[in-house]
Each structure stands twice: as structure tokens, then as C-alpha cells.
Design a protein around this ligand. Structure first.
Ligand SMILES: [Cu+2]
Length: 136
């Protein structure tokens, strides 16, 4: 970052520090079942605010897809790969409001006749406005 930009950023940070809330990072333990999110619980729906970061992490064979809706079907139009297969992680900072049903992520590793997504490994990320929050 260039010095003038850094100085301006610091000035803005100090000016708004008293009326802003810090952005949060949510860590999603991504396994075959409902995701577990420290500080939130075990859930298929995560409410965040603009500027927050969601980090999915997994330690065995899973993957991560962005789904156009909340139904687990890899053949649905618009399903996109979002993260690596096998062990890995993927994180994203959400910079725009996304009302319910939000962005839905699922794991499409097959387990017998069904997918991990259908077994509960999916998460809707609903992004709400963050009034007064300064974005980096
Ligand atoms: Cu999985």
C-alpha cells in the first residue's frame, strides 16, 4: 500500500473507530453433517454482515461448491466449484448484501447413493448490511 493511502486509511479508521464494529471471521468446520461454527453453533444458516469473512476448513475428503439455490443437486444450472477437493480451506470476505436465502455452499462428495450436501453438509450465508462499518 502506498504511504498516502495508508495515512488516509489510518485517519479514517481513527475518525470512525468509535462508531464502527469490527468485521468478524467465521470459521466453518466443514464435514459430512451440519457445519459447526465456533461461536455460532451447528447450523445450515449463517447470518453475517457486510465486511465479514467466512472461512471453510476441512481435513479429509470434502469439496466446496456454490449453489444457485438451497437444493442439493450438482446438475442444477449454475453450480460452481468454490474450493479444492481433498483437505483444504477456502475463505471469502463478503462485500455486498445478500438477503435470504443468501449464498449457499455444499459438498458434493458422494457417500453411497447420496451426497454430503444432502446429508447436511451445506451452508446458507446470509449477508446483512453493516451500517457504519468501514471496509478495507
Ligand atoms: Cu463432504
Amino acid at each position: 500500500m502506498r504511504a498516502p493511502t495508508a495515512a488516509l486509511g489510518l485517519a479514517l479508521l481513527l475518525a470512525f473507530a468509535s462508531c464502527t464494529t469490527a468485521a468478524k471471521t467465521y470459521t466453518v468446520n466443514w464435514f459430512a453433517g451440519k457445519p459447526s461454527i465456533p461461536g455460532v453453533g451447528t447450523t445450515n444458516i449463517l447470518n453475517i454482515k457486510v465486511g465479514d469473512t467466512v472461512k471453510f476448513q476441512w481435513f479429509s475428503t470434502h469439496d466446496l461448491w456454490l449453489m444457485p439455490g438451497t437444493v442439493c443437486n450438482k446438475n442444477n444450472k449454475g453450480v460452481k466449484k468454490a474450493g479444492p477437493s481433498g483437505s483444504g480451506s477456502w475463505s471469502f470476505t463478503f462485500r455486498a448484501v445478500k438477503p435470504s436465502p443468501g449464498w449457499t455452499y455444499g459438498c458434493y462428495i458422494q457417500s453411497g447413493a447420496t451426497t454430503h450436501c444432502a446429508m447436511g453438509q451445506r451452508l446458507q450465508v446470509i449477508v446483512k448490511p453493516a451500517v457504519g462499518r468501514k471496509l478495507k
